[in-house]
Design a protein around this ligand. Structure first.
Ligand SMILES: CC(C)(COP(=O)(O)OP(=O)(O)OC[C@H]1O[C@@H](n2cnc3c(N)ncnc32)[C@H](O)[C@@H]1OP(=O)(O)O)[C@@H](O)C(=O)NCCC(=O)NCCS
Length: 188
């Protein structure tokens, strides 16, 4: 995945050297981890994760980007594009679909000190532009806990269409879908 720039942010692939800063701002804070990765992680676990993530990124158009604030080069969080098999999601338009779809999701987590400054929206817009213009993905599809007010508000602000997950085991989850406007225009 390539490096991206916005007015205030520099987004670049994560490396093992980011482990300590990411542990401090993201992975050691239960409030940040709650909906992002479930539980806090030790520094060693974050190091392992970053080794995996940086190998995962090699030669891949998807992956994890560190969000670096330009004004002071502070690492303030993560944003990612990842594919997954959406077997825990049933879509509003096809609740009885018998097979699971392969989807790409947009993930994000910022350190608590950096919330509510529009940093996540700014970073996500750059990644969405990359996903739709460079990769020509047809859509981005996220599934988030219904209690994750901030993530739902962020998706709404980014233009995702929100609906309830129709899967009988995940009825409190919200799914957000953002279609590639260029490909939608080209569709017959
Ligand atoms: C979700 C998260 C990345 C949002 O980051 P952020 O930088 O605070 O978001 P922004 O400042 O860009 O806000 C984007 C929009 O969401 C709204 N918003 C953000 N947090 C909100 C909250 N707690 N309650 C209501 N609205 C909220 C903002 O007002 C803004 O809306 P607007 O465009 O209409 O003004 C951040 O809360 C976070 O890291 N949470 C923990 C990790 C997490 O849950 N990740 C998602 C897992 S699914």
């Amino acid at each position: 995945m390539k490096t991206l720039d916005t007015d205030r942010l520099h987004l670049r692939p994560v490396t093992l050297n980011d482990a300590a800063a990411l542990h401090q701002v993201v992975y050691s804070d239960q409030e940040v981890c709650r909906f992002f990765c479930g539980q806090t992680r030790s520094l060693d676990e974050v190091r392992e994760r970053m080794v995996y993530r940086s190998f995962q990124l090699r030669d891949s158009p998807l992956g994890f980007l560190a969000i670096v604030r330009k004004v002071d080069t502070a690492l303030i969080g993560l944003v990612a594009l990842q594919f997954y098999i959406a077997r825990w999601v049933r879509w509003e338009e096809a609740p009885d679909e018998p097979t699971a779809r392969i989807e790409v999701e947009l993930s994000y987590a910022l350190g608590r000190d950096f919330w509510r400054h529009s940093y996540a929206a700014e970073a996500c817009r750059a990644v969405i532009d990359y996903a739709f213009s460079d990769l020509r993905l047809p859509r981005i599809a996220n599934s988030v806990a219904g209690a994750n007010t901030a993530s739902i508000a962020l998706m709404r602000s980014l233009g995702f269409r929100l609906s309830m997950n129709q899967h009988p085991d995940h009825q409190t989850a919200i799914v957000g879908v953002l279609h590639n406007p260029v490909l939608s225009e080209l569709a017959p």
